[in-house]
Design a protein around this ligand. Structure first.
Ligand SMILES: C[S@@+](CC[C@H](N)C(=O)[O-])C[C@H]1O[C@@H](n2cnc3c(N)ncnc32)[C@H](O)[C@@H]1O
Length: 238
């Protein structure tokens, strides 16, 4: 999610301890990151609405089970999901600080039975397990981009299996191709960061090969410096 490439090093290899370092980084910079990214909130909600509308229409009263990967502080996406009384959210993040911020924001919320409809799960998203065909939607805003590329492919494969027929996957990815982009001081002295991506065409192919139909695959951003590939994909109805 780098807003500049001036102090990044695309040639660096994938660090072996990147999960520990990313956790330590988000634990240190969570407040700064959450403040900095308020300007992206409208775009998050705009894409979320594109999957919520058909999901709620097709299932107005039954419970919808949504998994959010790399939920951060839970604002605005988890909060929006919980505003629907029939939505149950499993919200995952590797950062203890982000999970605690999400707990504070969401469990004190006035939304009906929010505490009964939210599971906060701390840890690496690649270690999560769900039964096949058990989720109505999986969403991941600016989070899968922190995985090495091979793990992104495996993650998309798991997501496709976890979705129910007719279920939706919504995520954003790097629009360009990069095996490893590292910044030592992103958003602060302790803000070590890593991103990677397959680029637009390869990412869309990976999503399709996982068994999902790409309904939207577009590059956009809230300004011209922060462009991402946004993907909405659906598991076939049967
Ligand atoms: C750029 S922030 C995005 C947070 C939130 N989704 C948002 O849109 O503001 C990336 C988040 O992903 C989390 N994260 C990074 N790697 C992760 C991993 N392997 N598993 C789970 N969460 C991870 C970070 O702790 C951080 O909260």
């Amino acid at each position: 999610m780098a807003s500049t490439t001036s102090d990044s090093n695309p040639a660096q290899a994938v660090p072996s301890d990147l999960k520990d370092r990313l956790k330590a980084s988000y634990d240190a910079i969570a407040p700064e990151y959450n403040e900095w990214t308020v300007r992206h909130h409208a775009q998050r909600l705009q894409y979320l609405e594109k999957i919520l509308a058909p999901l709620l229409d097709s299932n107005p009263s039954g419970q919808l089970r949504v998994l959010e990967l790399g939920c951060g502080s839970g604002v605005p996406v988890t909060e929006k999901l919980l505003s629907y009384a029939n939505v149950h959210v499993t919200a995952n993040d590797i950062s203890t600080a982000q999970i605690e911020l999400a707990r504070a924001h969401l469990l004190g919320s006035a939304e009906a039975n929010a505490s009964e409809r939210l599971d906060l799960v701390e840890g690496d998203m690649t270690k999560l397990e769900f039964p096949d065909g058990s989720l109505d939607a999986v969403v991941a805003f600016y989070s899968i981009i922190h995985l090495p590329r091979e793990e992104q492919t495996e993650m998309i494969g798991k997501i496709a299996r976890w979705l129910k027929p007719g279920g939706y996957f919504l995520a954003n990815f790097s629009q360009g191709e990069a095996e490893s982009v590292v910044m030592d001081k992103w958003l602060g002295e302790k803000g070590w960061a890593f991103w990677s991506g397959w680029g637009k065409e390869a990412t869309l192919k990976i999503v399709e090969e996982a068994g999902l139909h790409v309904e939207l695959g577009e590059v956009s951003g809230h300004d011209t410096k922060e462009l991402f590939l946004w993907v909405i994909a659906k598991r076939a109805d049967h």
